[in-house]
Design a protein around this ligand. Structure first.
Ligand SMILES: Nc1ncnc2c1ncn2[C@@H]1O[C@H](COP(=O)(O)OP(=O)(O)O)[C@@H](O)[C@H]1O
Ligand SMILES: [Mg+2]
Length: 263
């Protein structure tokens, strides 16, 4: 039996600052299998970004137990470099370096896999160049490799961010609202690219989204988060209109209001 991509047991977190003490995660228990594609949906403030940051090893002072790719996560310290390289994160704003070429931006995905002295001198190995070439090809960017990132369209920039993540050769991809700024056609294309490439490579994915229809269309499983708690966790095909209504309106309502489209 292969280990889960990640397992969370009774994980909780509160943000404490001078003015508010907000419970961002409350007793979250969740397990995702290798190669599984999971959508995390829920209203603004539900705790989606907090949960993804925790899995990415960026959150401190949480309680409970968490294992990611077979290694325990600590609430007190960031994970080891080798472990970080196995987790790819796609940020909402894509975080590209504007004055670098597409090729260099995608190569940045290799930084965690290259000895620091070598990457400092720009001396990446053949393995690195091969991973970048494959990622550029798979994301349809091969012809744009030499172009500077600031000369790309929005859609092309999104693909560069995904190519950078794939070049990293992660075993788990976390994506925080990767489609929130996109029109529906681009959003569907982008999710198809992330989930399609991940499935081809056997990479587990968890992406957060505000859009239940797209989540259901592209994920194997949909997890609903409300006020820091998991309200449901279902195979994508079994998501109901009531699930969505409860998540966004705090109550069930008949099938008439919101439509959840089928596959
Ligand atoms: N740095 C922070 N300091 C204080 N509270 C925060 C911080 N980040 C998030 N929160 C609070 O934690 C809760 C969950 O936020 P977040 O994880 O960003 O939700 P989501 O991504 O689902 O919109 C919210 O109540 C939010 O206001
Ligand atoms: Mg968020």
């Amino acid at each position: 039996m292969s280990a889960a991509a990640f397992t969370l047991s009774r994980v909780s977190h509160r943000f404490d600052d001078a003015t508010v003490a907000a419970t961002a995660l409350c007793d979250v228990t969740l397990s995702v299998a290798p190669g599984e594609v999971v959508a995390l949906i829920g209203p603004s403030g539900a705790g989606k970004s907090t949960l993804l940051a925790l899995l990415d090893g960026r959150l401190r002072d949480w309680r409970g137990r968490a294992r990611v790719l077979g290694a325990p996560l600590s609430p007190d310290a960031p994970p080891a470099r080798a472990h970080r390289a196995d987790v790819g994160f796609v940020f909402q704003d894509f975080a590209l370096i504007d004055r670098q070429s597409v090729y260099q931006n995608v190569m940045n995905g290799r930084l965690g896999r290259t000895p620091a002295w070598r990457s400092l001198w720009g001396r990446f190995g053949e393995r690195d160049h091969m991973a970048v070439a494959a990622a550029l090809h798979d994301t349809g960017l091969a012809d744009l490799a030499a172009r500077r990132a600031d000369q790309l369209s929005g859609g092309q920039r999104q693909r560069v961010a995904i190519a950078r993540c794939l070049a990293q050769e992660p075993r788990l991809i976390l994506a925080d609202e990767p489609i929130s700024n996109l029109d529906p056609a681009h959003a569907a294309k982008l999710l198809a690219l992330i989930t399609g490439e991940a499935r081809k490579r056997g990479i587990a994915v968890m992406f957060s989204s505000h859009q239940p229809e797209l989540a259901q269309r592209f994920a194997d499983r949909v997890v609903g988060l409300g006020d820091g708690e998991i309200l449901f966790d279902r195979p994508a095909g079994r998501l109901s209109d009531d699930d969505i209504a409860r998540l966004y309106y705090g109550r069930a309502r008949g099938g008439a209001g919101l439509r959840v489209v089928g596959q």
